[in-house]
Design a protein around this ligand. Structure first.
Ligand code: NAD
Length: 250
């Protein structure tokens, strides 16, 4: 494995599970020193270092970013990945649920980036990667609140990229399709027939299977790496073609 991130440091929010854990693990394999900021960081193991943080709480985020930056010796890469879901149409989610999901999915990125910027400004390879979703651009049924939150993440990514490009800080996002993580596992477990539901979900993907967390991690790691030095303000889909293909039934 190439060690192109040797000497760099990375923070990954929501890095104790799923896409975040796969990303933190790959960044470390590529040579970065990596801290995971998560509600439940106890499960992460060496070489990853865990810090307790709720991205929905400004004081918690500021404390965790500072502790992690001091432990690692700076921040070159910030992966804003923590996020929560919500199902339903605009008739289904009460206001407090809208506030909570927008607070974690959108303001969580604002808080973590704000806390990390003083460290990113000192880096020669500063990069922020946000975990967005195909829900930002495709109209998904029963996902009004989640889609609105990810639409905001896409706009925020571009605005942040514009604000910080002259400072040498790149900002991009990744738009995963349906990814095989504990999150999706929990949704399947709640179905009447999880195996049948899983098979139906696989069949709905253009390439016939769920995306893996490792596939998303590979794209996040590319965007975070010096190889992407001229890539900023962009969104990369990792979705088996879900958002862009219009397939005829075969
Ligand atoms: P996951 O549930 O497996 O992991 C999410 C992690 O985030 C957990 O470790 C959790 O403890 C942490 N977390 C949740 N709220 C937090 C908070 N307030 N502060 C700090 N940490 C918090 O989920 P996943 O499937 O890996 O999803 C990760 C990201 O990917 C989310 O932003 C999600 O919206 C996005 N995403 C997932 C999919 C998918 O199909 N799984 C698709 C598109 C986008």
């Amino acid at each position: 494995m190439t060690k192109d991130l040797d000497g760099l440091t990375a923070l990954v929010t929501g890095g104790a599970s799923g896409i975040g854990l796969a990303t933190a693990t790959l960044l470390a394999e590529r040579g970065a020193r990596v801290a995971v900021l998560d509600l439940a960081p106890e499960t992460v193991s060496e070489p990853l270092v865990g810090f307790t943080a709720d991205v929905g709480d400004d004081a918690s985020v500021r404390a965790a970013v500072q502790q992690a930056a001091e432990a690692l010796g700076g921040v070159d890469i910030l992966v804003n990945n923590a996020g929560i879901g919500a199902a339903g149409t605009v008739e289904d989610n009460p206001d407090d649920q809208w506030h909570r999901v927008l607070d974690v999915n959108v303001l969580g990125i604002v808080r973590t980036t704000r806390a990390a910027l003083p460290y990113l400004r000192r880096s020669d390879h500063a990069s922020v990667v946000n975990t967005c979703s195909i829900a930002a651009t495709a109209g998904l049924p029963q996902r009004a609140l989640y889609s609105a939150s990810k639409g905001a993440v896409l706009s925020l990514t571009r605005a942040m990229a514009a604000d910080h490009v002259r400072e040498g800080i790149r900002v991009n996002c990744v738009n995963p399709g349906t990814v095989d993580t504990p999150w999706v596992g929990r949704l399947l477990d709640a179905a009447e027939d999880p195996e049948a539901e899983r098979a139906a979900l696989d069949a709905r993907q253009p390439h016939g299977r769920l995306v893996t967390a490792e596939e998303v991690a590979a794209t996040v790691t590319y965007l975070a790496s010096p190889a992407a030095a001229s890539v900023t303000g962009t969104a990369v889909a990792v979705d088996g073609g879900m958002a862009s293909l219009c397939l005829r039934p075969s």
